[in-house]
Design a protein around this ligand. Structure first.
Ligand code: ATP
Length: 433
């Protein structure tokens, strides 16, 4: 059978569910549209992605500072940022079946793709989730769940300046949840109503923006490659499709099985946000250059990454099939794999083997996440670990009891070698490097 994009997606979604990566949200109650839950392996993979990102863009740099701001913000933030007015998608509703569509995502804006009925003319639909803060549901207490993490960085600009005293150019980064009441969520975790973003606001002088934009764009490609995502396509976003704050946006598109779609984006937000917050809050969000004796409001380049879309692109990039499509191997980059190694006793009913394997397991667990499996036969256990991307499997067998060596089997080559138990930690450390 020829593989289609839909086919591959179905296999990945099924594997994600079966092996504890991603489950439908609120599943036992029939689900909740546009929400997904990450299971025991999914949360490890997601954490590893976030860790790699944080290490690369915050910890290993001198010029980027991390924050973790509140999801709930004063409603004036959203008025000032323009989201209350402008964070909208065009929505058309079918006059017959009442289905709703994003007008810019359908071929004929007048005809319902579901029943062929007539569609209403598009209206602006604000994607922010409304909520109330405190026990009184009056308009004064109304706010929204944040639709982007970016505003948390802008409102803390002065706090970071005053506490860390950075010199321009510098960035503020954050990883966190964002919420959008998408009209048509779908394609698994690609478009959801609750998701996570990894964003950097990189503050610069205005005349620096072109060079900084290009260098951040290239850093984004490098990071994607470091987590196994290759062949991203830069797409210049036209002025009419850009967000209201952006003077230039490039989307980095990935070839998902359902089509080429945005994975990351980079925008030149000018001084729009800091200027607007300065005007509306009364706080002074300017920067003073001590050398040049100049005070000004910095401009900003914003590289933005979706955690969930990255996780999906990682799964797609690492998904391979063996034995004529009978079994899957997730060739995850080692640093992303939920378990770095699995340990088995060759036979589960031989106490000495189980004890030996268990000791190895307990020892290695001090250094890395390790899986334990004693079900079924050894071949099945290898395949089960391949399917979740575990790079190495260690088996304690009868020879182990004689010479204290084990077999180490490599996920990608299926080659096995014998390694002394006392050398295991060094062996794995070397491979992990
Ligand atoms: P799209 O055009 O696909 O709706 P967007 O341009 O609105 O996306 P941005 O506002 O640039 O997206 O958000 C930054 C990043 O957040 C995106 O590149 C994407 O990775 C992620 N993202 C945005 N919306 C969603 C969503 N509904 N579900 C999952 N991830 C999302």
């Amino acid at each position: 059978m020829k593989e289609t994009g839909q086919n591959i997606m179905e296999k990945i979604v099924a594997l994600a569910k079966r092996r504890g990566f991603v489950f439908p949200g609120s599943e036992i109650y029939g689900g909740l549209g546009g929400t997904w839950d990450y299971g025991p392996l999914g949360v490890e993979l997601k954490n590893n992605i976030k860790k790699e990102w944080w290490k690369r863009f915050v910890q290993s740099r001198d010029d980027v500072y991390g924050v973790d701001s509140a999801i709930l913000m004063n409603s004036r933030v959203w008025e000032t940022s323009g989201h209350t007015l402008n964070f909208t998608d065009p929505l058309s509703e079918c006059k017959i079946c009442k289905y709703r569509f994003r007008t810019d995502q359908i071929t004929d804006p007048k005809v319902c793709p579901h029943c062929g009925g007539t569609l209403s003319s598009p209206r602006k639909f604000n994607m922010m989730f409304k909520t109330h803060v405190g026990p009184v549901e009056d308009t004064a207490a109304e706010t929204h769940l944040r639709p982007e993490t970016a505003q948390g960085m802008f409102v803390n600009f002065k706090n970071v300046l005053d506490s860390m005293h950075p010199k321009l150019p510098f960035g503020i980064a954050q990883i966190g949840k964002a919420f959008r009441n998408e009209i048509t969520p779908g394609n698994f975790v690609f478009r959801t109503r609750e998701f996570e973003q990894m964003e950097i606001e990189y503050f610069i002088r205005e005349n620096d923006w072109r060079g900084r934009f290009e260098s951040w764009l290239s850093e984004m490609h490098d990071w994607a490659a470091s987590v196994g995502i290759r062949n991203l396509h830069d797409r210049e976003v036209s002025a009419e499709d850009r967000a209201h704050y952006s003077e230039r946006t490039v989307d980095l598109d990935f070839d998902f099985p359902f089509g080429r779609e945005e994975l990351f984006g980079i925008a030149y937000r000018t001084d729009f946000d800091l200027k607007a917050h300065t005007e509306k809050s009364g706080a002074d969000l300017s920067y003073y250059d001590e050398e040049k004796k100049e005070r000004f409001i910095p401009h900003v380049i914003e590289p933005t990454f979706g955690v969930d879309r990255t996780l999906l692109a990682v799964l797609i990039s690492s998904f391979t099939e063996e034995d004529g499509g009978k079994r899957a191997v997730l060739k995850l980059p080692i640093r992303l794999a939920p378990f770095k190694v699995a340990v088995f006793p060759l036979l589960a009913n031989k106490t000495l083997l189980v004890e030996k394997a268990r000791n190895i397991y307990t020892e290695l667990k001090k250094y890395a996440p390790v899986a334990w499996d004693e079900r079924g036969n050894i071949g099945k256990r290898y395949y089960a670990q391949d399917e979740i991307g575990t790079p190495w499997c260690i088996t304690a067998d009868f020879q182990t009891l004689e010479d204290d060596t084990v077999t180490v089997r490599d996920r990608d080559t299926a080659k096995q070698e014998r390694v002394a138990v006392t050398e295991l930690k060094n062996y794995l450390e070397k491979q992990l490097e």
